[in-house]
Design a protein around this ligand. Structure first.
Ligand SMILES: Nc1ncnc2c1ncn2[C@@H]1O[C@H](COP(=O)(O)OP(=O)(O)OP(=O)(O)O)[C@@H](O)[C@H]1O
Ligand SMILES: [Mg+2]
Length: 367
């Protein structure tokens, strides 16, 4: 059957936002807070595929409907600041007076047309980012609008990020109606960021993304399969929802493979159902597990691999014995991997994987 509802990819906006009502409320409340307050600067932290980019995109829509001019998610990179200004200009063009392009130089050719004309608009890049941002914020304020800047894939030690943060603080000092939301992986966010960025991020209000609720996923599957005309039993839906481990990306993958495995008249056989689940699992392992592990050190990976011998949680003491290391080493790995968002400790002395299917990944490696 043709899939018209599920969209397993990265950075796309899903047809329906599942299980993020509370997160969206928090983000929306930030926009409604007094300019300059802590909630006006947010940092969304979450593992791969947990829906950071999706939340930024949803927030962009919400903000536009609530009197904000929005720079849609910009990935941290060399030309980030230029991109932010371009996006603000484009998003705000409906509301703000057009830029004056007074001719300041160049030659006029036949009939006055020439490629060599320089206008004041062209000269703008000579001004600092903070100057141009303040200029934009003032114009936005005159038009009754706030300014929201969304930054995706935060990187440690980025000069551009530092400049943006300094400019944001200056805008706040000038009493401008501005908000900024950053999103990044736990490992990158907790990396030794340069001092200025670190202090700012420590003070910004953090939104740690959790897996979405499996029961909400089951309800969503019910609705989707009904709409698509696929007949599938409740226990199969519940099992599919449980297999997502609360990952929105896995929810999209499983939904997609079940849908395309069904016949045009909405029937899915047991072997097809199991094949769909196993296909989704393989894809998740390749897309999420492998990319999560790739930046980690060999020793970190040894620690994670040693955990795969346990069914659910692992005792730190056992892990140290398996790895032939002193308890202090074990503690150090534990802390580092918790910071990187790869494991969690739900009770003292024990850890478990924070990313679904890492266990299967390590077991597959051994086969
Ligand atoms: N709340 C949600 N409801 C439905 N689908 C979602 C939700 N959150 C994310 N998704 C889907 O999950 C997939 C991954 O989402 P997204 O790209 O936002 O993740 P991410 O956290 O930004 O990942 P990465 O760290 O790799 O950039 C997409 O297919 C997206 O449509
Ligand atoms: Mg993303």
């Amino acid at each position: 059957m043709k899939d018209t509802l599920f969209s397993p990819a990265f950075g796309n906006k899903p047809g329906t936002l599942v299980g993020r009502d509370f997160d969206m409320k928090l983000l929306a409340a930030g926009l409604d807070a007094v300019p300059g307050s802590k909630e006006r600067a947010r940092l969304i932290i979450g593992q791969r595929g947990l829906g950071k980019t999706v939340l930024l995109l949803e927030l962009a829509d919400y903000a536009r409907q609530h009197n904000y001019i929005v720079a849609s998610p910009t990935v941290v990179s060399g030309d980030m600041l230029e991109r932010i200004l371009e996006k603000l200009e484009r998003d705000g063009q409906k509301y703000l007076p057009p830029k004056k392009n007074r001719i300041t130089g160049g030659t006029l050719g036949f009939l006055g047309f020439s490629a060599g004309i320089q206008t004041e608009g062209d000269k703008e890049p000579e001004k600092s980012f903070a100057y141009r941002l303040l200029d934009f914020c003032i114009k936005a304020k005159d038009a009754g609008k706030g300014v929201l800047i969304l930054i995706d894939e935060v990187q440690g030690n980025s000069e551009e990020l530092k400049k943006l943060i300094i400019a944001y603080q200056e805008m706040v000092g000038e009493g401008q109606n501005i908000a900024v939301v950053f999103a990044g992986l736990p490992a990158t966010v907790s990396q030794a960021l340069n001092q200025h960025v670190l202090t700012f991020f420590n003070r910004a209000s953090r939104l740690q993304l959790a897996p979405i609720s499996v029961s909400e996923i089951a309800i969503y599957y019910h609705k989707c399969f009904e709409r698509l005309g696929i007949s599938i039993s409740d226990p199969w839906i519940d099992r599919a929802a449980a297999e997502t481990g609360g990952s929105p990306y896995m929810m999209q993958l499983i939904g997609h493979y079940i849908t395309i495995s069904a016949s045009d008249d909405g029937v899915i056989t047991e072997p097809e159902y199991h094949r769909a689940l196993s296909y989704a699992r393989k894809e998740f392992i390749a897309d999420i597990c492998e990319t999560t592990l790739s930046p980690l050190s060999e020793r970190d990976i040894d620690f994670l691999e040693a955990m795969s011998q346990d069914e659910k949680e692992s005792s730190i003491k056992d892990l140290c014995t398996r790895l032939h290391v002193e308890p202090s080493f074990g503690q150090r790995y534990k802390n580092r991997l918790i910071q990187a968002g790869v494991i969690v400790s739900k009770r003292r002395g024990f850890v478990e994987y924070a990313v679904p299917y890492l266990n299967e990944y390590f077991r597959m490696q051994k086969e």
